[in-house]
Design a protein around this ligand. Sequence first.
Ligand SMILES: [Zn+2]
Length: 377
Amino acid sequence: MQFKDVIGQEEVKRKLILSVQENRVPHAQLFLGPAGNGKLPLALAYVQYILCPHRSAIDSCGVCPSCQKISKLTHPDLHFVMPTTTTKSVKSNPESDLFLNEWREYVLQNEGYVDTSSWYGFLEVENKQGAIYVRDASTLLRKLNFKAYEGDYKIAIIWMAEKLRTDTANKLLKLLEEPPEKTLFILIAEDQEELLATIRSRTSLVKVPRLELEAIQEALVQRLNCSAQQASDAAMIAEGSWIKAKEYVKDADDQKYYFRTFQQWMRLCFKAAVNELIDFSNNIKSIGRERQKDLLEYGLGIIRNAQLFNNNLATLVMLPEEEKKFNAGFAPFVNASNIVQIIELLEEASRQIERNGYAPIIFLDCSFKIAKLLRVK
Ligand SMILES: [Zn+2]
């Protein structure tokens, strides 16, 4: 990861670079700030800059063996500690070292923009709380006592330092007070309240603020090909978090997909186009059960909205303009004599999908019944 790959945070980058150039990198630093603002990407770019033999005034070279190993998170002098818990594959005594492969895959997949809930999601342990155990501190101590393999420095990144258990923190504090030679610690944390005061007092603070609105907007356009409008909508509600901005864009894409699909489905029902409905129902198989249910749920929303339109309450309908227009045109075909049945049909289809029913049959059956009902005046 190079500094140029990190979204925004120009001020923090400038300070970090300066600390290297002036040869005054503190041996223990705490990167503190809210989720999704790029603390881990900054730490990775910083480490890469420190270890790169060909760094420029503004960034690491990005191509030397050291840079390449860091960008793959496989540099032998770079160590990671992160919260872990028991999982399907690690049934007891979890510790960071047992999860390094998962960690690399997860961090690279998200370009370093990570948070605990998606980490636990990645490990499929959503309902558990992870911790950094005293075993982690022991393993780290052992590793840091070796000489550096390649670079000048050995570096430990401790992600989510608020998850350090007290016994772990105590062990780590000793390490922070009397660090092995040429060792750097970068602790990353989101919640100052949860962080032990002793850890806070032994580290030099690097405050990482929320991302600026413009930085998020620009990144959405460049990295996710968002339109200017979409980028500005997402940046507005992202609260300075790249993770939230990405989620918003994904949700908006899903919403658009459900809209298009439901719109197409209703048009075919309305035309009672038998062959096309058969194709439609067959194709629906490929989207999977969860999305089939979401599509039906989306449809139920449109049907319920129709009631509002028909009662001159269109202002209560919160939908993007294009969807609202479709909804307004569709509403007159939903009326007192068919609405209850249409709702029941969609709900029943969803229950059948839930029970593992065969989607093409369920959708086709539902299609024919809706086609009939839409003609009831
Ligand atoms: Zn390099």
